[in-house]
Design a protein around this ligand. Structure first.
Ligand code: ADP
Ligand code: MG
Length: 677
């Protein structure tokens, strides 16, 4: 009987397989048709000829015309992958993942095999990979191990107009590599912006530009400034939904929190309409959205329904969503800003540039005529918006790239071939910080600690914290903390109807007012003790996804420890050594309590506050070290731990003098500043 059964199953399987194959084939064929319908397809031969004839080529084409998904495939079809990989950089993680998934699908291969992606803490490639999408930051890191990019035949620096810090640094490095590797092809690809500038920079490289499809977009401005752009955006979406013909809506918001709250409000209002209106499908998209939900934005909208995509800047040029007819643009984005005088960095909600506004509007006219609703006045647009977004290199902390460049053997940073140079004081500040962290010596040369730090794909302050933990024999705990700090999303959630429970669960990790870093460690180790239980996460109002990501990151950090020959050692009995390791990395981020109850940063005095979500918000210790500053209604310190002021002199003698901590040390009441554990 068994064999008969098996036989039957076999036939069933075969049958299923055949029809699956057939379905797959038609799906593949369909995808090939779609490929041929993209604007770039008509220029395939011309493009390949230009690549053959020139070593460096600047490629410019409308967003959505097929640059990112098609050019690597064309190069593969033309045989370039026989000599090495084709690498294509993206400024955003989500774009790298999503585009790689799409291309794998178009080529009918499994993602991670011939087509893969590599982003920080996640390598989805294999020995087979010939088309590799990656973040610009990852290619920069690859250069540390392979300075001539020998395994690549073509490098595409894509979305070049975004001018991220890593892209700008890559420009200088790949330009140099191209000089001594005549066999390497270099393509700089961008949306319709800045082509001349790229060409000038790359020694007058030819510009290959091809027309995309662009349908007219009707522009609407508000007649008076909006007091609350979120509310205005929601009202606009609903008005479009009720009044305008079918077609999907794209709304640009500044970040995950805004998107989540907009989603919530929209759902509520839609419920209020009952069945009087058509179905409105809400799709959020932002950097930390789990990948299975990312795919949802690309699913075709069902007949009769409308889709509204709530996106960050990612949908400006990195991702193209088909079917968008209406764009709602409040005119803001979240931007990093850096004050080189104080060394303070924060994320600010900032008005966008005209170039950005034009890209956003363009998303409405890709497949047919569309409409763009700008939630600002024409006067605002004409008089207040900058022409172009300032490149990141001019508004960020440079410590991380300076460390990377130093490990690449590039010492003369002032004369590095920047397309737009950073402010000199920002470079000096970065060198000073790396010196204070012990990564560079007085001559500006990399030290042993600096070499170790450069191995970690982390901010130098985090790397330093890890490297120092070797001395204190607590690397096991410190990499857990570093992983938890690197998740880049929320760990705790607070459902509206269970806020009290959630807050209580959260406070459980804060026993003894130990500070947020130790609380994060407790969360991680408690989860580990339950053998990484999902149930445990639910019970404690903790995001399972975030924890899994923390575990992945931690695994990688553990691997890197081995590489820099730091032993994994655990020192759970002495919380002071854990806090000392934190301070050894984050000493520039210290603040002291003021009489007013607020804090002042020690080195470059600025008023700051403990974030209300911090376990120390009610404790108000005298001295704290913090992970980062976020500016909302006030300048808040997020992830805060208490420290002893004398540690600053012990751990950062090049940075703090006695006078910085003295006054407090003498005036301190007995026992204050002692570890609260
Ligand atoms: P460009 O780089 O010129 O902006 P792309 O190559 O990214 O253009 O996009 C070409 C087409 O591929 C677009 O129509 C876009 O909608 C589609 N596409 C890209 N990624 C995906 C995806 N993950 N799923 C479905 N379609 C996608
Ligand atoms: Mg693209």
């Amino acid at each position: 009987k068994e064999s008969v059964m098996a036989g039957e199953n076999y036939e069933d399987d075969m049958h299923a397989k055949k029809s699956e194959d057939a379905a797959e084939k038609t799906a593949l064929e369909e995808l090939q048709e779609v490929r041929k319908s993209l604007p770039i397809y008509n220029y395939r031969e011309q493009l390949l000829k230009a690549v053959e004839e020139h070593q460096v080529l600047v490629i410019v084409g409308e967003t959505g015309s097929g640059k990112t998904t098609q050019i690597p495939q064309y190069l593969h079809e033309a045989g370039y992958t026989k000599r090495g990989k084709v690498g294509c950089t993206q400024p955003r993680r989500v774009a790298a993942m999503s585009v790689a998934a799409r291309v794998a699908q178009e080529m009918g291969v499994k993602l991670g095999h011939e087509v893969g992606y590599s982003i920080r803490f996640e390598d989805c490639t294999s020995d087979k990979t010939i088309l590799k999408y990656m973040t610009d930051g990852m290619l920069l890191r690859e250069l540390l191990g392979e300075p001539d990019l020998a395994s690549y035949s073509v490098v595409i620096v894509d979305e070049a107009h975004e001018r991220t810090l890593s892209t700008d640094i890559l420009f200088g490095l790949v330009k140099d590599i191209a000089r001594f590797r005549p066999d390497l092809k270099l393509l700089i690809s961008s949306a319709t912006m800045d082509a001349e500038k790229f060409s000038d920079y790359f020694d007058s490289a030819p510009i290959f530009s091809f027309p995309g499809r662009r349908y007219p977009v009707e522009m609407n401005f508000t007649s008076a400034p909006e007091a609350d752009y979120m509310d205005a955006a929601i009202v606009t979406v609903l008005t479009i939904h009720v009044r305008e013909p079918l077609g999907d809506i794209l709304v640009f918001l500044t970040g995950q929190e805004e998107i989540e709250s907009a989603e919530e409000i929209l759902k509520q209002r839609i419920r209020g309409f009952g069945t009087k209106i058509r179905e409105l499908i809400i799709c959020p998209i932002y950097a930390n959205l789990p990948s299975e939900l990312q795919a949802k934005i690309f699913e075709p909208t069902p007949e009769g329904a409308r889709k509204v995509v709530l996106a960050t800047n990612i949908a400006e040029t990195s991702l193209t969503i088909d079917g968008i007819k209406y764009v709602v643009d409040p005119g803001f984005s979240k931007m990093k800003s850096y004050n080189p005088k104080t060394g303070m960095e924060s994320l600010l909600i900032t008005p966008i540039s005209k170039a950005s506004a034009s890209q956003r509007a363009g998303r409405a006219g890709r497949t047919s005529a569309g409409k763009c609703y700008r939630l600002y006045t024409a006067f605002n647009y004409n008089n207040d918006l900058e022409e172009n977004t300032v490149p990141e290199v001019q508004r960020t902390n440079l410590a991380s790239v300076v460390l990377a460049l130093k490990s690449l053997g590039i010492h003369d940073l002032i004369n590095f071939d920047f397309m737009d140079p950073p402010p000199a004081e920002a470079l000096v500040k970065a060198l000073e910080l790396l010196f204070a962290l012990g990564a560079l010596n007085k001559l500006g040369e990399l030290t042993k600690a600096g070499r170790r730090m450069a191995e970690f794909p982390l901010d130098p302050m985090l790397s330093k914290m890890i490297v120092v933990s070797d001395k204190y024999k607590c690397s096991d705990e410190i990499i857990s903390i570093a992983a938890m700090l690197s998740i880049g999303g929320t760990i705790f959630y607070r459902p509206k109807d269970k806020q009290v429970h959630a807050d209580n669960a959260r406070m459980n990790f804060n026993t003894g007012n130990v500070g947020d870093h130790i609380a994060l460690l407790k969360v991680y180790s408690s989860w580990k003790e339950t053998n990484y239980s999902t149930q445990w996460c639910y019970e404690n109002y903790i995001q399972v996804k975030s924890m899994k990501r923390a575990r992945d990151i931690r695994d990688q950090l553990e691997g890197l420890l081995e590489r820099v020959e730091i032993e994994i050692s655990s020192n759970l009995n002495d919380m002071d050594v854990i806090r000392k390791s934190i301070v050894a990395g984050f000493f520039p981020h210290t603040a002291k309590l003021q009489k007013t109850g607020s804090y002042r940063t020690v080195k470059h005095p600025q008023t700051v506050h403990i974030h209300p979500n911090s376990g120390l918000a009610q404790v108000v210790p005298r001295w704290v070290v913090y992970h980062e500053l976020v500016l909302t209604s006030k300048e808040y310190m997020r992830q805060v731990t208490e420290l002893k002021p004398e540690w600053l002199i012990e751990l950062a003698p090049h940075y703090y003098q006695l006078k910085d901590v003295e006054e407090a040390a003498t005036k301190m009441p007995k026992g204050a500043g002692k570890a609260a554990i």
